[in-house]
Structure formats: C-alpha cells, structure tokens
Ligand binder design. Structure first.
Ligand code: ADP
Length: 662
C-alpha cells in the first residue's frame, strides 16, 4: 500500500478505482520488474508476487488459446516491452500454481513518463474463462442438437415453433425456415389435434411428457409413428416460456414389433392348421380351414382353392372353397379364366406372384375376372400356389387376390407353400380314406344281398329234406339225410350271422327285451347244446340263485352258443369246457373257459372286430363274425365282454349284463 501511494499520490479517486477493479491490472518498469498490481491480479495469478523483484510474468506458465505452451518472451506483455508497442485484445491461457487454468484477454500497453520517455508497461487482464466455457458448452450443445437423429424442436406456450434441428428436417421434411414461426400443429394429424392441448396443458403446469407414442404427419402428408418427450423451458427467473420436444421416429420399432406379433400369430395359425390337417379327414373341412388360414396369413382380400379338374379344352378348374368373398361373386363362372395367369400353376405347378396383374404384360392388359363379369372382384396383387401330391400331380391351387398393388411378399409365398404341402398330404389321405370307405360300403351291400339270396334256396332245400326224412328210408339214406340237414343247419346259422352283421352295419339290429332268469337259460342251453355229449364235456358252475336280467333272450342265447361253440372249436385237443355264472347286486357274469389254443395278447382286443381271425386258425372253419356279433349284442345291453387266458393254455371269455335289468 505504501508503494501504491508512492506511485500515484495525485489522484485518490483513480487509485481506488483501480484498486477495486475486478480486472487484473499491473504495471512494470522498462526492465519488466513489477511496479504495481491490484488485488484482482493477485487473485488471478493465485500468488502474491514480490514487488520490484518479480518480473512482469506473474503466472508460472502461459499457453496459446489452443493449449500449446507459449514462451514468456512471446507473450503480449513481453512484446509490448520489447517493441514498445500496444498489444491489445490478445488471448492467452495462464497456468496457476495450483495447476488451474484461466483464459484471459490481455491488453499490454507501453507507458511513458512526463518527458515521454518509455517507462514500462501497463497490463490489463480480462478473465474470459467463464464466458468461453459457456460458449464452448453452447457450441457443443448445438452440435449435439444438430447431429441428433431425433427431431429436437422448441416452441412457445402457444405452440409456435422457435427452433428446428436437422433431425426434425429429416423426419418431417420441412426446412428450418419453412417452420420457424409456424404452429406445431402442422405436424399433427387432424384427428389428433387435441393431443397438443393436453401436452401444452402439462407443460404450463411445469410437467414433463415422457415417451408419448403417437402419430405425426410429414410435409408430404405421410403418417409416421413417433415417441415424444416434451419438457418445459424456463427463463432465468424460472417462468415457463415454452417447451422443448424430442420426437423419435419409431417406424422401425413399430414395424419390428408388428412383425414379431405377425410371426407369432402365423406360427399359431400354422400350428392350428397342422393340427386340423392331421386330425380332420373331411376334405371340405380341411380345405376350408387351409383357405381361411392362408387368406389370413397373406392378408389377401380373398382366397380360394380350386380343384385341378383339367379337361381337354384346358380350362376347367373347379372352385371348392372360398374365403373373404361371397360365393355369388364366383358362382356363375365357377372357375377362374385367363389361362395365361392360371395355367402355369395348374399345369406346371408354378408359384405365381405378381404385384400388379393389370400392368404385367405377361398376363395381357385385361384384369382377370373372378366371378361374374359385373361385380367381379378387383384384383391387382395376385398370388397362386399349387397344391402338389407326392407323385407330382397338381391336385389344385390356392389363389389369392388383393385390390391394391404389391400386397404379397416372398414370405407369404413360403408360408402358403408349406401349408399347401401339408394340405396335399391331407388330401391324399382322405382320398385313400374315401376309397376304402367306398369299398367297405360296397362289401356291406354285397353281404346283405348275398345272405338274402342264399337264404331263400336254403329254406327250400331244408323243406325238401324234411319231407324226404319223413318218408320211409333205408338206414343209409336216412343217415345221409340227417347229415345233410345238419350241414343245412350250419349254413343257416352262418347266413343268419351274416344277415345280423349287415343289420348291425345298417343300424337295424333290433332287440325284444324281457325279464328272464339267465340261470335257467344257461341250463336250457346246456341240455340242448349239440356238442355236449360228443367231443367235450361241459361243466356248469351254478350261482345257485336266480339271475334275473332284462334282455333279448334269443340274442343272449346266441351269445352263449357262440362262446360255447368257439370254446369247443378252438380246443380240439381238450375234452372239457367250463361255464360259470356269478351274480352280485350290480351285474351277472357268465364265464366260458376252455383248455385250447388260447390267444396271444395282441389278438385279444382285435378278435371282436368284424372278419378278424387270429393267425393259426386256418384249419378251423369260420368267418370271423361271431364275436363281432356277440360284442354288439352285449354292448347294446349295456354289458361288458372280454377275454382272459394264456396262449397255448386256454381262453376264458366272459360277459356281464346288468342284474335285474339294472
Ligand atoms: P370264427 O370263429 O368264425 O373265426 P369268431 O368271431 O367267433 O369267428 O372268432 C374270431 C376269432 O377269435 C377266431 O377266428 C379265433 O381266432 C379267435 N377265437 C375265438 N374264440 C376263441 C377261443 N375260445 N380260443 C382261442 N381263440 C378264439
């Protein structure tokens, strides 16, 4: 302070002005030694220099603004000393003892004494550290804003656009000059204008709107999905003056999500159609489902399956199933015309996919007509996939149409092809199934007819034989007649069984139900059974109590006869058959046990089906229908039938009937 007074006693006012100045000010003599520095200079240097000893270079190190080190002799202060010239507005960076940096504007000016003799320099430093860092920040920020992929837009509280970045231009198509000052509503589709009010309402209350997914409109009117984040913008005093909004184009994201959803749906559809194809034998049903699903998957406005019933004229595809269009639109023609378009699919099993059939020269200039000429379906996009059998025959084709161009893509082609190949298998299976069914129906018809035709002459033969038997005959003749009558009885029984089988198939087997004692019936059968006293002995294990059932007595007798006959037939080496009756509150059970050839496990369930005979019985006569009839009779009485026993040891057949008519 003492020194300062020495330097400038004259003007106290200037003195305090400089002393209190926020600018760093110091002076040096002509050798560069410090002659004065104010408190702001001390503050800036970060140290107190020694007056009269330290040189003008207050700081330790100095740098150019770009960070390169600067020799002290190159500094504006040194140059002002050496060249006795003014060096003003020079930017330097000083490094302080605590290793922090300050960016300064230097004004180095030579000073002169009263006699205009050069006496030293006066230096003023303006600290621009804060300002430049703000500017840097600003320029970094605006670089970020400009380089952002997102649209960054600011608007005032009335929704008027005040800034617009490159991203916004790219997404919405407007240039900055086109939109500044315009309302942000130019970007909003009419039906969504209300959203802007809601958003501005939130902003006025100081709230942020985050990741709001909506639709906006570009300059050319294209609607795009975007995700919006809108935040309030405040002035220095905290008043809300507008909003900044970041809009991200989420078209790709939305498309990706939609495609994931579509794929999942397609998988589900594929799965369900696979199941239908596997499980369903009804051709119409399978093809309808296939047509529906493929129409849905391709997004076609209609789809149809045509059978390939090619005639010699080359054009006769039969419409079989239809989806997405009324059959009236197809009815009058019943087949697609336009051979150029359809022939490749039906005759060469080619997939045809055309974005716009009306523009494709291969198919002529005329639109294909699906259906009646008036009111035909409008078709631009067209896809046709053949349904090809394993031997390469084109069974038919799946055809799809859409009134807009470019609707079908390669992925649709693949999906339809894979479904078509499954459908082809299903069609072949059901064709086989139909053939077998037709054959089986024919066989049933034949059995019914044959048994009828056989029965009439046999009845006549029997009548004549009975007449002959009554006449007096010698012993040999009488024996022959008796044997012939036995054979006629067997034939009759066979024909009766055949007739019964055809009745079962026709659903015409009828029962006359009555209450009767099964125990008594068994006893009667035992007494009359023709084999009893010949090859086998039949032992009856009685239940010793009545076993009343409500059933068709004749049919139950037929069942018992069948089981006993089989027991004897299939135990040629044995001489015993046992029959037992059991009774409890619920059911009565009859068991027929033999000691014959028995049955392998794999045959046990099958022998109850029509015409089935276990292997190894070729030498035993039979048609394989007795057990089928037996089972039908017991089933229809709500009873159960089954077989136990061991192959090579013997069989034990059993059946149950509800007790007391249950
Ligand atoms: P069929 O005796 O005329 O062949 P069935 O329907 O009565 O016809 O019997 C079907 C098949 O079941 C027979 O061919 C035979 O293989 C088997 N079967 C029936 N009963 C017995 C039995 N008691 N022991 C062994 N196998 C039997």
């Amino acid at each position: 302070m003492q020194d300062f007074v020495d330097i400038d006693k004259k003007n106290k006012q200037y003195q305090s002005l400089i002393e209190d100045s926020p600018l760093a000010i110091y002076t040096s003599d002509q050798d560069g030694r410090l002659t004065y520095f104010n408190p702001a200079a001390v503050q800036l240097w970060g140290r107190v220099p020694v007056m009269g000893e330290d040189f003008w270079s207050g700081p330790w190190r100095i740098h150019f603004p770009d960070g390169r080190p600067m020799n002290l002799s190159d500094s504006p202060m040194a140059k002002a000393l050496q060249q006795i010239a003014r060096f003003e507005n020079q930017e330097i960076v000083i490094e302080r003892p605590d290793q922090t940096f300050k960016r300064l504007l230097v004004f180095a000016i030579p000073t002169f004494d009263d006699q205009s003799t050069f006496s030293g320099t006066q230096n003023t430093f303006v600290d621009i550290t804060a300002k430049t860092s703000y500017e840097t920040k600003q320029s970094v920020l605006s670089a970020i804003v400009e380089s952002s992929d997102d649209a960054i837009i600011s608007k005032d509280l009335n929704g008027i656009i005040s800034s617009w970045n490159q991203g916004a231009q790219r997404i919405f198509g407007y240039t900055e000059t086109e939109v500044i000052g315009k309302p942000v509503s130019i970007l909003i589709p009419t039906e969504r204008l209300k959203e802007e009010d809601t958003i501005l309402g939130q902003i006025r209350q100081g709230n942020k709107v985050k990741h709001f997914e909506t639709i906006r409109m570009t300059k050319i009117g294209k609607l795009i999905p975007i995700s919006l984040t809108v935040s309030p913008v405040k002035d220095v005093s905290g008043n809300i003056i507008g909003a900044s909004k970041i809009a991200r184009d989420i078209t790709e994201q939305v498309e990706a999500q939609a495609s994931i959803k579509r794929n999942a749906q397609n998988l589900e559809l594929l799965n369900s159609i696979g199941k239908v194809i596997l499980e369903q034998l009804e051709v119409k049903e399978v093809l309808q489902q296939v047509t529906d699903v493929t129409t849905q998957i391709t997004g076609a406005s209609f789809g149809a399956f045509f059978y390939n019933t090619y005639d010699d004229n080359g054009e006769a595809f039969m419409l079989y199933t239809l989806s997405g269009a009324s059959s009236a639109q197809f009815e009058s023609l019943g087949m697609p015309r336009h051979a150029a378009l359809f022939k490749p699919t039906f005759s060469n099993s080619e997939v045809i996919r055309v974005d716009d059939v009306t523009m494709d020269s291969r198919y002529g200039k005329n639109m294909p007509l699906f259906g009646m000429p008036s009111g035909h379906l409008d078709v631009k996009s067209y896809l046709a996939v053949p349904v090809v059998s394993a031997n390469g025959e084109v069974i038919g084709g799946l055809l799809f149409g859409h009134p807009e161009v470019g609707q079908f893509r390669a992925e649709h082609e693949d999906l339809v092809e894979s479904i078509a190949s499954q459908a082809a298998i299903a069609l072949e299976n059901s064709r086989l199934f139909e053939e077998i069914k037709t054959m089986s129906d024919k066989k049933d018809e034949f059995i019914a007819l044959a048994s009828h035709e056989l029965k009439t002459p046999l009845t006549t033969i029997k009548g004549y034989l009975q007449l002959l038997a009554k006449k007096k005959q010698d012993r040999v003749n009488a024996l022959f007649i008796e044997k012939t009558l036995d054979q006629v009885a067997k034939l009759n029984a066979l024909i009766a069984d055949l007739l019964d089988v055809s009745k079962i198939e026709a659903g015409k087997l009828q029962f006359n139900l009555e209450h009767f004692d099964l125990r008594l019936l068994l006893k009667e059968v035992m007494e009359t059974f023709p084999y009893t006293y010949k090859t086998h002995k039949i032992i009856f294990h009685d239940a010793n109590e009545p076993a009343i059932v409500y059933a068709d007595k004749q049919r139950i007798e037929q069942v018992i006869n069948n089981l006993l006959t089989n027991a004897i037939k299939y135990s040629p080496a044995a001489d015993l058959v046992e029959i037992s009756l059991f009774k409890d509150a619920e059911v009565v059970t009859v068991r027929v046990k033999d000691y014959g050839i028995g049955l392998k496990e794999e045959h046990k369930s099958k022998i109850f089906t029509r015409f089935y005979r276990a292997d190894g019985v070729v030498n035993v006569s039979g048609l394989g229908i007795g057990l089928h009839l037996t089972k039908e009779i017991i089933d229809r009485h709500n009873g159960q039938i089954g077989v136990e026993g061991t192959f090579g040891v013997g069989s034990e057949f059993y059946f149950t009937l509800p007790a007391n008519g249950g």
